[in-house]
Design a protein around this ligand. Sequence first.
Ligand code: C5P
Length: 223
Amino acid sequence: MKSLLQNKKILITAGPTREYLDPVRFISNESSGKMGYAIAEALHQFGADVYLVSGPVTISYSFPEEKIIHAKSAKQMYDACLPFFDTLDIAVFCAAVADYTPKTNYNQKIKKIENEIAIEFVKNIDIAFEFGKIKKQHQKSVGFALETNNVLDNTKAKLKKKNFDLIVSNSPNKDEGFGYDTNKICIIDQKLSLKSFQLKSKQEVAQDIVNAIIEMYNPVEIA
Ligand code: C5P
């Protein structure tokens, strides 16, 4: 099983992004990066050539520092991923990328004013969608979905829209996602068949995701 991923070039995005309003303020989310780093570490142990594009995280990790490219904003994360797109075998989009960014990132700290303040947002580039548009036959991509309602329909729609080969669905419930050490996932493939998993440590969940990736290459091997 190990040899199937040996030397496969794999890119993983992990963690949150920060969308700056001014030099000291930003909009972000609760993503800790634990899931993405656990997947990167598992794939690395399987002998894959793994690169991690990481948003700002404060977790401890054993993934080799020289294979991490640090990015803060969604734009920086996209710019870091783009040079890999052509030569990748697999992309795993685990980062919680902000959908929107402030239209203006002020050079100086925004001064307090008397009343309300309105901030205009513009849409960020969707890294996974961009890869999905250009990926070649042999290239695979894995995405994540975190939905609070119509979970299954929204997740399946995302799989199709972003041209993922697999999508991992997780929830924002206590113990199951953002920030926690555990996660409860289901994995959906392009045929829309679904596999549900129990609540597990993120390291164990990472193994399940790696197994699903290997299974894409050789379904018989896992059975
Ligand atoms: O549409 P949504 O943000 O829910 O999609 C989630 C999936 O798309 C995740 O795999 C996430 O990493 C990826 N994504 C991305 N770039 C964005 C937004 C989401 O790569 N700007």
